[in-house]
Design a protein. Structure first.
Length: 297
C-alpha cells in the first residue's frame, strides 16, 4: 500500500509541476479560457430637439479568484482608469484592442468618452484563464443631457458603431470551464416628472454569447443605427445613453481529475496514519495488545 501511495504522490507532483510550467511560459497563446468584448460608438446626431451640454460618467471593474487573485474598480468622468488583475506588466491605459490569450491569468476593463458634439465612446472587457479560478471584468459609460423638444413630434438619434465579441473555450489538461461575453446599449428619454417617455436597446448594439463546451467564436459588427421615438409632446426631456461590456470566465478541475486527487489524498492519508502508528508502537497493533496484557499480569 505504501508503494501505491508513493506512486500516486509522484503522479500528483508531476501534474502540479506540469500545471506550473504552463503558468510560467508567458508571452505565447495557449489553451485556456478567453473572452473579449469591445464596442465603439461615434458621430452622434440628434434630430427633432436641441441638446444641452452632456454629463459623462465612466466606470470599470476587474475581479479574479485565481493566480493572481484580486479586484479593482474605478469611476471617472470622461476617462475612468483601467481596472486590471493579472501579472505584469500592466496594460497601457485606453487599450481597446485585444491583449489576446497570453500572460495568464488576467482580467481587465476600460472605458473612455471623447467629447464634444458627435462624441465617441470606447469600452472593453477582456480576460484569460489558464488555471483553476473565476474572472469577471467590465467597462461601462453613460452620458446624459437635456433635450428641448419645441413642438410635438418625434426625436431621432443616430450614430456609428463597431463591436467585437471573441470567445475561446480550449480547456488545458484536467480542467473544464465556461466563458461568456456581452455588450449592451440603451437610449432613454425621461420627461420633466422623471417618467420614462421612451427607451430603446437596438439589437445591433446588444448581444450576449457564451461557450459551455470546447469551441471558439468571433463575432464582429459595424454600421449605423438610427433610433426614432414615437410621437412626443413638446417639452424638456432628459436624454440618457449608456453602454457596457462584460466578460466572465470560470475554470474548474474535471470530475475525473478531482476523483484521482481524492483517491490519491485518501491513500496518502491512510499511509500517514499507518506511519504514525508504527512510530508510536514499533511492534505493531498486535504487539501493543500483547504488551498491554503483559503489563496487567
Amino acid at each position: 500500500m505504501d508503494t501505491l501511495s508513493r506512486a500516486v504522490g509522484r503522479l500528483l507532483a508531476a501534474s502540479s509541476a506540469f500545471t506550473l510550467s504552463l503558468g510560467l511560459t508567458l508571452g505565447e497563446a495557449r489553451a485556456g479560457f478567453y473572452a473579449y468584448a469591445q464596442q465603439q460608438t461615434s458621430n452622434y446626431t440628434f434630430l427633432g430637439g436641441t441638446t444641452g451640454p452632456i454629463a459623462p460618467l465612466s466606470s470599470t471593474s476587474a475581479a479574479q479568484v485565481g493566480a493572481p487573485s484580486g479586484s479593482e474598480s474605478h469611476t471617472g468622468v470622461l476617462d475612468s482608469l483601467q481596472s486590471y488583475v493579472g501579472p505584469g506588466p500592466r496594460p497601457a491605459e485606453n487599450t481597446f484592442t485585444p491583449l489576446g490569450a497570453v500572460n495568464p491569468d488576467y482580467v481587465r476593463g476600460d472605458a473612455l468618452i471623447t467629447p464634444p458634439v458627435g462624441f465617441t465612446t470606447n469600452n472593453v472587457a477582456e480576460g484569460f484563464l489558464n488555471g483553476p479560478g473565476n474572472s469577471a471584468g467590465s467597462g461601462s459609460w453613460s452620458v446624459g443631457a437635456t433635450l428641448t423638444h419645441a413642438t410635438a413630434g418625434t426625436v431621432s438619434v443616430g450614430f456609428n458603431f463597431a463591436n467585437q465579441l471573441t470567445l475561446m473555450n480550449a480547456p488545458p489538461p484536467g480542467l473544464t470551464g465556461t466563458v461568456a461575453a456581452d455588450y449592451n446599449y440603451t437610449f432613454t428619454l425621461q420627461d420633466s416628472l422623471g417618467n420614462t417617455a421612451f427607451t430603446s436597446s437596438p439589437t445591433e448594439v446588444n448581444r450576449s454569447v457564451s461557450l459551455l463546451s470546447p469551441g471558439s467564436v468571433s463575432i464582429p459588427g459595424s454600421g449605423t443605427v438610427t433610433i426614432t421615438t414615437g410621437n412626443l409632446a413638446a417639452g424638456t426631456y432628459t436624454a440618457s445613453i449608456s453602454g457596457s461590456e462584460h466578460v466572465f470566465l470560470s475554470a474548474v478541475p474535471e470530475p475525473g481529475s478531482m476523483a484521482l486527487t481524492a483517491i490519491g489524498l485518501a491513500v496518502m492519508g491512510g499511509a500517514a496514519v499507518r506511519r504514525r502508528l508504527s512510530r508510536t508502537h514499533p511492534g505493531g497493533p498486535g504487539c501493543w495488545a500483547t504488551g498491554a496484557r503483559s503489563r496487567k499480569s
